[in-house]
Design a protein around this ligand. Structure first.
Ligand SMILES: Nc1ncnc2c1ncn2[C@@H]1O[C@H](COP(=O)(O)OP(=O)(O)OP(=O)(O)O)[C@@H](O)[C@H]1O
Ligand SMILES: [Mg+2]
Length: 142
């Protein structure tokens, strides 16, 4: 496990700056787990990342389990929060998604079914410091 970046975000704008710094890091085929409490900014980060990739319509996939966004590169956006058993993920083709080398896959609450995630992945941890302040750590597992 390697720490790539540690970032204090004071507000939404700075979280967008952090997302901009990730544009040159995440490549098609990469898996990015997002962890942190309710409201920590996981969805906000994915929306910001997508906007920078000219994908304007990213939103929380918690009811759909996965959203797919078509841009210059494909993006899959999972949220495991409402999943009760890992079979629910297998049934919708989770492994096909994460093995798609043409897409970047973001997984909110990935830690809930960590056993399904490949060891080789990025992890972004969002810590809620106060109303608008977040500690964001970007790690690489391999
Ligand atoms: N510095 C900041 N960075 C990111 N979001 C911030 C920041 N300050 C305030 N916010 C607000 O915090 C909220 C984060 O909500 P978001 O839906 O992204 O959380 P989440 O981690 O996806 O939660 P959930 O676990 O419910 O999916 C948004 O309303 C956003 O505007
Ligand atoms: Mg969310």
């Amino acid at each position: 496990m390697k720490t790539i970046e540690e970032f204090i975000s004071e507000n939404e704008e700075q979280t967008r700056d952090f997302a901009a710094s990730c544009i040159s890091i995440f490549k098609p085929g990469d898996i990015v787990e997002l962890s942190g409490n309710l409201g920590a900014g996981k969805t906000f980060f994915v929306k910001s990342f997508c906007e920078l990739k000219n994908i304007p319509n990213a939103n929380s996939p918690s009811f759909a389990i996965v959203n797919e966004y078509a841009g210059k590169e494909k993006i899959y956006h999972f949220d495991f929060y409402r999943i009760k058993k890992n079979e629910e993920l297998i049934e919708i083709g989770f492994y096909d998604y994460i093995n798609d080398e043409s897409a970047i896959t973001f997984i909110e609450w990935g830690d809930l079914f960590e056993e399904l995630l490949p060891l080789s992945r990025y992890v972004i941890k969002f810590g809620l410091l106060d109303n608008t302040k977040r500690k964001i750590s970007l790690l690489k597992y391999e």
